[in-house]
Design a protein around this ligand. Structure first.
Ligand code: NAP
Length: 543
């Protein structure tokens, strides 16, 4: 083996096994090849792309601007690729990912149609044995979990779904061939980003759309448009500097100077003017950056929340429907802020109804449709936009352990425990890309992916140079990091929402705030400091 060449590891099939062929898995292949390592990546789908491979529902689009949401590792790539719109659609992003895979010849290290069921580390040999759903096993000293944060679609266990005579779909497992809802009575359950993006498209096509809403969410206009060629040119000229500057920001996106004023220091008129200009500009960072304390101080947040509620009241003609659409149980921004295109407007269409399933919950699915505690709705199709077992779901689906001992499911019984969202104590030689307790989902995801992969590559290079065959996070370092992540979250308003960040969307899942919200800048500085201090909190060994 070129990389990890201790005697006991010399029979390994590969140096590195990667689980997942999304943006993280693909960049890992690219980067680790540069170390001369042999790699095998496994992807459950019949194509690469991860999130952008599976989420093919109508209207699916990224909520980070396309000039930002792309790889930065190759300047020619970022100069040459042309994004047609301000926000990339799912088909365009998938095309981009396939283009990258082809351009850098990544597919020769990817095995498609292969789900990983088990990953067992042998402490004696310092080797992972990875098992696929077809029973194949491979060994490698290093295992990288590039399994994504929103990759385990979740459909509530409603009684009776098997009896439903119509068709049903989940946004995260949408059929490749698309769905024609023409002439159909369609029910959508869920009003998060996926449901809100999808519904204007269904409302335009279906005979009737019934929206089953449990929690009203805040949504801002995306103001999507064809990309302005002048803006694109300027952005490309500044690309290198912007990418570097992005690491010195909270969300990993440059160009948004941090606000210095509290919302409570401004007059009502000033606030109105600022919120209005941000509303017109579109985009979530801009809005949440209107004042410095919108995610820290409830009274400050109330002003921004109420502005959006007023916009909903202005847009939706029927006052009772408008009121039902106004979020009232969480501060704006504490759940992922949605960007929409004409969402609230659909409720003025004659073929769209809103059903409140908070006051009258869904009881069961019948052969004809959906039955709530006070009505039955006849439907030809149901679309579940009910989200994901976020951040921990994909890891916990795999039986991960050392020598068959305590597995990850048990280890994370009270919520995820990680060091920097990169490693888990007691799981040697296993790295996660944008794992829980890292800024991943609270940042420009591709920037965080590149950061983690580069960090791991440097760590592996360090191991090879020093003949180490094993690296593991120390328990005490992990405990301190988990405490720090919790303290940072508790100093914000985030824990006030029943969000997927908190695991609150999955019955029985521990309520723990999972992302690191101290910001990209603080996080990357801490990762660098740890390396400079000789990989503080990690222990290395040689077999
Ligand atoms: P989500 O935000 O978790 O929303 C799930 C929705 O389903 C919620 O409205 C939830 O209501 C509802 N729901 C779940 N179980 C239900 C039940 N038993 N009865 C009634 N309603 C139920 O999921 P998502 O919309 O798929 O989005 C997940 C994340 O993916 C987003 O936050 C975002 O980070 C990412 N995403 C991004 C984009 C983009 O880039 N534009 C697009 C799509 C998704 P409750 O709130 O009451 O639980």
């Amino acid at each position: 083996m070129p990389g990890f060449s201790s005697e006991k590891q010399s029979n390994a099939d590969y140096d590195v096994v990667i689980v997942g062929g999304g943006l993280a898995g693909l960049y890992s292949i690219y980067r680790l090849r540069k170390l001369g390592l042999t790699i095998r990546a496994y992807e459950a789908g019949d194509g690469v792309g991860g999130t952008w491979f599976w989420n093919r529902y109508p209207g699916c689009r990224c909520d980070v601007e396309s000039m930002e949401y792309s790889y930065s590792f190759d300047d020619e790539l970022q100069q040459e690729w042309i994004w047609p719109e301000r926000y990339g659609t799912q088909p365009v992003i998938l095309e981009y990912i396939n283009h990258v895979a082809k351009r850098f010849d990544l597919m020769r290290d990817v095995q498609l149609n292969t789900r990983i069921t088990d990953a067992i580390f042998c402490e004696e040999q310092h080797l992972w044995t990875i098992t696929t759903s077809s029973g194949e096993t491979v060994t490698a000293p290093i295992c990288i979990m590039a399994t994504g944060n929103l990759s385990t679609p979740r459909k509530p266990d409603f009684r009776g779904l098997d009896d439903f005579k119509g068709d049903w779909y989940h946004t995260g497992l949408w059929p490749k061939e698309g769905v024609d809802f023409t002439g159909k009575r369609v029910g959508v359950i869920g009003t998060g980003s996926s449901g809100v993006q999808m519904m204007p498209h269904i409302a335009a096509q279906a005979e009737h759309l019934t929206v089953f809403q449990r929690t009203a969410n805040f949504s801002l206009p995306a103001r999507n448009a064809p990309l302005d060629p002048e803006k694109e040119k300027k952005h490309k000229e500044e690309y290198k500097e912007r990418r570097i500057a992005a690491y010195s920001t909270p969300f990993g996106i440059a160009g948004y100077p941090p606000p210095v004023k509290s919302a409570l220091e401004a007059t009502a008129e000033e606030r109105q003017a600022i919120y209005e200009s941000k509303w017109q500009e579109g985009g979530s960072i801009s809005y949440l950056f209107a004042y410095k304390d919108l995610l820290l101080n409830k009274s400050a947040n109330d002003t921004a929340s109420e502005f959006v509620r007023d916009k909903i009241r202005e847009t939706v003609n029927d006052p009772a429907t408008a009121e039902l659409l106004c979020p009232d149980n969480h501060p704006i921004g504490t759940k992922r802020l949605i960007l929409d295109s004409q969402y609230y407007e659909i409720f003025n269409q004659a073929n769209v109804d809103l059903v409140d399933v908070r006051s009258a919950p869904i009881q069961e699915i019948t052969e004809n449709g959906i039955k709530t505690t006070d009505n039955e709705y006849a439907l030809d199709a149901i679309a579940f936009a009910t989200g994901f077992d976020a951040m921990t779901g994909a890891m916990k689906e795999i039986n991960i352990s050392v020598d068959g001992g305590t597995n990850i499911e048990e280890q994370w019984g009270d919520g995820p425990q990680t060091y920097l969202g990169l490693m888990v104590a007691r799981l040697p030689n296993m790295f996660m890309i944008t794992g829980p307790q890292s800024p991943g989902v609270k940042s420009q995801m591709i920037l965080s992916i590149e950061w983690h992969v580069n960090w791991i590559a440097e760590c592996l290079a360090h191991m090879m140079n020093s003949n180490h065959t094993r690296v593991m996070a120390k328990e005490d370092a992990q405990r301190r990091w988990v405490d720090h992540v919790r303290e940072v979250a508790n100093s914000t308003l985030y824990p006030l929402a029943n969000s997927w960040y908190m695991g609150a969307n999955i019955p029985g899942k521990p309520r723990v705030f999972m992302p690191y919200v101290g910001g990209v800048e603080a996080y990357t500085k801490e990762c660098n400091r740890i390396v400079e201090e000789g990989y503080e909190g990690f222990e290395f060994a040689t077999n």
